[in-house]
Design a protein around this ligand. Structure first.
Ligand SMILES: NC(=O)c1ccc[n+]([C@@H]2O[C@H](COP(=O)([O-])OP(=O)(O)OC[C@H]3O[C@@H](n4cnc5c(N)ncnc54)[C@H](O)[C@@H]3O)[C@@H](O)[C@H]2O)c1
Ligand SMILES: [Zn+2]
Length: 388
């Protein structure tokens, strides 16, 4: 073989993992299972031998300490690690090292796996650490917020924040399995509960007129957390996200299109600028209102549609506006505007210079736009301000 030849390498790796929707997997005093959970429990039994650690979001067990014992008994792990949940965990500079040291101490290898029970932030951070450990140890996710069950916990991404940017360091690594246990949601604060609805509105707006219409007809039941409607929302929202990932043609985001990031360029920026006073879901709701207005501004959508989206978000107890957006309604050169507009520039840089922002050309129809002028963003902010 000569040294001027070329070797072509090509292989494909098929990925598959189950996502279980269940209600009451763990039985313990104060925690009752209701029998809907057999397939998830049976599945977990098949994984038990390889499960070597348990990472739990403190929020899940703070109000119902019996849960921690139930998790430990179920997975036969004595020394579960309880982490303070929320965005701070993704900002903690040494979180990945800490977890690696723990697993080194436990002599875990890449054929072992960890179970992570928590909100999107704990899943992102601990899933990232597991994905790097020995070049990739498996992880089973048990998402414990609405948003984690219908979006963050079911997909293929992990990561942490750095340099004031969300998910600046991360990787794509599908979980071994996802178990969505509805019962875990019973202890959520209202803010964390309703936040999850934002991702449902997002995916409905870009992909499913039928789901969008269902949301508008069921907003009152959702606002009062009726289990039947909440379960349906989580199931359909998770399904739509998974359809996009598995059938959208770009599961590991090698191209520039980011349909699932509708509403996120502003959302991510607001999260950072408010020091995470706004939850991810709340910030995304404000981003959805603004990007719907931007779609109107670009002539893609009727102005009446913006009114409808704004009233749906409000009906679902989500915010549509923020003082930082109102302060930015001055000129495209003002500091307050540029602070927010940087979100769009961060997206452009993340994508390698070519902007691709998902907007709407109908309620249920996403549309990627490659050029957006600061003046158009400003007018969109003013449009939403006019409704508030
Ligand atoms: N990887 C992805 O594809 C993806 C997708 C969407 C969002 N995300 C990320 O997910 C994060 C947001 O996740 P989130 O909305 O789940 O919020 P979160 O993880 O920040 O949790 C919010 C709060 O709820 C608490 N909590 C969690 N479960 C609880 C329970 N069962 N009972 C009581 N309290 C509980 C947590 O301790 C925390 O205080 C963001 O960092 C976002 O960037 C990731
Ligand atoms: Zn999101």
């Amino acid at each position: 073989m000569s040294f001027s030849s070329r070797i072509d390498v090509q292989f494909r790796i098929p990925y598959s993992y189950p996502v279980f929707l269940t209600d009451g997997l763990f039985s313990a005093p104060g925690i009752s299972g209701n029998g809907e959970n057999l397939s998830a429990a049976e599945y977990l039994k098949t994984q038990k031998n390889s499960v070597a650690d348990l990472i739990v979001d403190e929020g899940v067990v703070a109000k119902v300490p019996d849960r921690l014992q139930a998790f430990k008994s179920f997975f036969e792990i004595e020394d579960a690690l309880v982490l303070t949940g929320g965005e701070a965990i993704k900002e903690q500079p040494d979180i990945v090292d800490k977890l690696h040291q723990r697993w080194l101490g436990k002599e875990l290898d890449r054929h072992k796996q960890v179970v992570i029970i928590g909100g999107g932030a704990v899943l992102d951070a601990a899933g990232f650490a597991a994905s790097l450990f020995h070049r990739g140890m498996g992880h089973i996710r048990m998402p414990s917020t609405v948003l984690a069950q219908n979006d963050a916990g079911v997909g293929v991404k992990n990561g942490v924040n750095k340099f004031e940017q969300k998910n600046f360091v991360g990787c794509f690594k599908p979980p071994t399995a996802v178990i969505n246990d509805y019962q875990l949601l019973s202890t959520l604060e209202d803010q964390d509960f309703y936040s999850g609805y934002a991702e449902a509105v997002k995916v409905a707006l870009i992909r499913s007129p039928a789901f969008y219409s269902w949301l508008t007809h069921n907003s009152e039941a959702l606002a009062s957390k009726k289990p039947e409607q909440v379960k349906y929302l989580i199931a359909l929202c998770a399904q739509l996200h998974l359809n996009q990932i598995s059938q959208g043609g770009d599961p590991f985001e090698e191209g520039s299109a980011r349909p699932l990031d509708f509403g996120h360029w502003l959302g991510h920026r607001l999260e950072v600028l408010t020091n995470h006073q706004l939850t991810h879901g709340e910030a995304v709701a404000i981003g959805i209102a603004s990007d719907t207005a931007l779609s109107v501004e670009l002539g893609l959508l009727e102005a009446e549609h913006l009114n409808q989206v704004v009233s749906l978000l409000r009906g679902l107890k989500l915010p549509v506006f923020h003082e930082l957006v109102s302060a930015a309604c001055e000129t495209p050169q003002s500091e307050s505007f540029l602070k927010l507009y940087k979100g769009l520039e961060d997206f452009r840089q993340h994508l390698g210079g070519q902007l691709s922002i998902e907007l709407l050309k109908g309620l249920g129809k996403g549309f990627a736009v490659n050029e957006i002028k600061p003046e158009q963003v400003l007018s969109a902010f003013r449009r939403v301000a006019g409704l508030c």
